[in-house]
Design a protein around this ligand. Structure first.
Ligand code: B12
Ligand code: SF4
Length: 500
């Protein structure tokens, strides 16, 4: 059997970092971990190939080669999904579809032979058994959440690692919280399921022996969902592994704000090599936090919490939302103020949207405020909710925030304020191996390209030079970060160009 695993194209969005990764000649930030995991669950005897359309073109000859196309996608990829389905249908290639897009809304997609939904650990073996008997059905679902202790190591040899900025690992699935707008708990449940420490170490090993060096993203919904196990087993194992291998990786992840309350955990994460963490801050407004059931963010000084995390060398990336029912017109200024004060450089501010299956979806539908269709990209100025404050006010205010945080002056000011206080992770010694040399070369190439694009061609070049000289002479240890953030700023301005 010949299986072609296909990951459709995503648009030019905030998280695509498309305008930034060109500086290091990469094609995409992350490989599709879901498909790589599914690949490991397919029979060994099958011929397997993977085409991530974000890094290479899906050719007709690829489709003609395949007996089955295994398709995975997130909601933002839906346009490209339709195109792939059309091309497969035209050539009579059978399609097996799974992953979050289809699990959330498979009934919206025609032309697909088999939907194998929810987590593949449960549904894929059933599909494969039926297929073997020649009785594969159209729909496989499960309301159980599998134990991921048996999940195999992703089949890394199917991707060309050098095309990506970062590799991925998953330690846990699920999140104990229950925010009204979030579909994580719908898709992966509220009980946090974890892998064992040996399993995590084996995954690190597999990336290391594949030659990978540099950044690894723990794609957990909430990395600190089970703090006890993390501190007792997994982090000590990672710390030891990193020491033994001479620190070949840096890690990033996603976590809830209560990370800030646990100094021991913060210290261990820094020691393990974590240098950034995405945190859902959402809003500085207490009533809006109550409205969306974000209990973990309430009754605390959120700016201090962010600063406390940053104190350990973990850069905080933040998620922010406007459009809550309790939001008043002052929210836009307050969000700008918060972001500038907290020093969160990568601030993803989005409009409140209601993904299918969430408590918010049900509530706004009952209130008659739900609109058809959701783009999945909450930074594209669209929402499927009729906002209480009215569309016009919301969009105006949203544009004001984007302008207030990403136009060059406030953006570079924020970067400088952040770098003034920031202490990067302890410097690790350089390893003389091909992976580390490639990383060094990428960084030098990025600096050269940034000089040409941001320092010479860009009309905002004075901000760039001021930041670089300031960091070079005042805080030289932050220089690589100053260059990185200048490049990020360029990406954000491109994504939101209509606001400037
Ligand atoms: C890493 C990640 C990203 C990364 C990289 C994506 C990538 N290339 O992998 C980044 C940061 C870029 C990202 C961005 C976004 N993401 Co994202 N992301 C994730 C995250 C945290 C982990 C994905 C992952 O690797 N999981 C691990 C693998 C093993 O799990 P899995 O993919 O679910 O696969 C399992 C099953 O689904 C199934 N399966 C998967 N594919 C297939 C295929 C077949 C054929 C079969 C049979 C089974 C199957 O089997 C696997 C094993 O059980 C998920 C949350 C999550 N827990 O998955 C959100 C998630 C996928 N992202 C989501 C969203 C909405 C986004 C954004 C649109 C957010 C935004 N507002 O901009 C952006 C858009 C990206 C863009 N470029 O435009 C949603 C998707 C919701 C949906 N219904 O589609 C999720 C579920 C999070 C959420 N609820 O908010 N994301
Ligand atoms: S803490 Fe994050 S992942 Fe957990 S339910 Fe809330 S938004 Fe979703």
């Amino acid at each position: 059997m010949k299986a072609l695993l296909v990951y459709p194209t995503y648009p030019d969005t905030f998280w695509s970092f498309k305008h930034a990764i060109k500086f290091i000649s990469k094609k995409a930030v992350h490989p599709p971990l879901g498909l790589l995991t599914v690949a490991s669950m397919l029979p060994d005897a099958w011929d397997k190939r993977l085409v991530d359309m974000n890094v290479e073109i899906l050719k007709d000859t690829d489709l003609e080669w395949a007996d089955y196309v295994f398709l995975s996608a997130m909601i933002v990829q839906k346009e490209s999904v339709k195109d792939v389905v059309r091309r497969c249908n035209k050539r009579g290639v059978k399609i097996v579809a799974g992953g979050p897009l289809f699990t959330a809304a498979h009934e919206d997609y025609e032309g697909i032979d088999h939907f194998v939904l929810n987590e593949a650990e449960i549904t894929l073996p059933r599909f494969l058994a039926d297929l073997k008997r020649g009785e594969a059905g159209p729909l496989y679902v499960s309301d159980e959440f599998p134990d991921i202790k048996e999940t195999p190591i992703p089949q890394w040899d199917l991707v060309s690692m050098k095309k990506y900025v970062s590799m991925n690992i998953q330690y846990s699935r699920g999140c104990p919280f229950n925010c009204e707008f979030c579909d994580i708990t719908v898709l992966y449940g509220r009980t946090v399921r974890t892998k064992g420490k040996e399993q995590v170490v084996r995954e690190l090993d597999s990336l290391y022996v594949s030659g990978w060096r540099g950044s690894i993203f723990f794609v957990d919904d909430n990395f600190i969902g089970n703090r006890r196990e993390l501190k007792r087993d997994v982090l000590p194992a990672i710390i030891e592994w990193m020491k033994k291998r001479k620190h070949p990786f840096t890690f990033s992840t996603e976590a809830s704000i209560n990370l800030s309350d646990d100094e021991e955990l913060l210290r261990m994460m820094a020691q393990a090599g974590f240098d950034s963490v995405f945190v859902g801050i959402e809003t500085p407004d207490e009533e809006s936090l109550a409205e969306c059931n974000k209990s973990q963010n309430r009754n605390r000084d959120l700016v201090s919490c962010v600063k406390n995390i940053q104190k350990y060398g973990l850069r905080v990336r933040g998620g922010f939302i406007v459009g809550f029912d309790n939001d008043t017109p002052s929210i836009f200024e307050r969000q700008i103020d918060f972001i500038q004060k907290s020093g969160i450089i990568t601030a993803m501010v989005g409009l409140l949207n209601a993904p299918r299956g969430t408590a918010l979806y049900k509530r706004v539908a009952q209130e008659g405020r739900l609109l058809e269709g959701i783009s999945g990209d909450n930074t594209d100025f669209t929402t499927n909710i009729i906002p209480k404050m009215g569309f016009e006010k919301l969009i105006d205010g949203y544009e004001k925030i984007i302008n207030g945080i990403y136009s060059p002056k406030p953006y570079y000011e924020r970067v400088k304020e952040f770098l003034k206080e920031y202490t990067p992770l302890e410097k690790r010694s350089f390893q003389f191996d091909p992976g580390s040399f490639r990383l060094l070369f990428d960084n030098i190439a990025a600096l050269c390209k940034s000089i040409w694009i941001l320092g010479i061609r860009d009309k905002e070049r004075s901000h760039y030079w001021k930041l670089l000289f300031w960091s070079l002479f005042r805080r030289p240890q932050t220089f690589p970060m100053a260059v990185t953030y200048a490049i990020y700023g360029f990406h954000f301005r491109k994504v939101f160009q209509s606001c400037f």
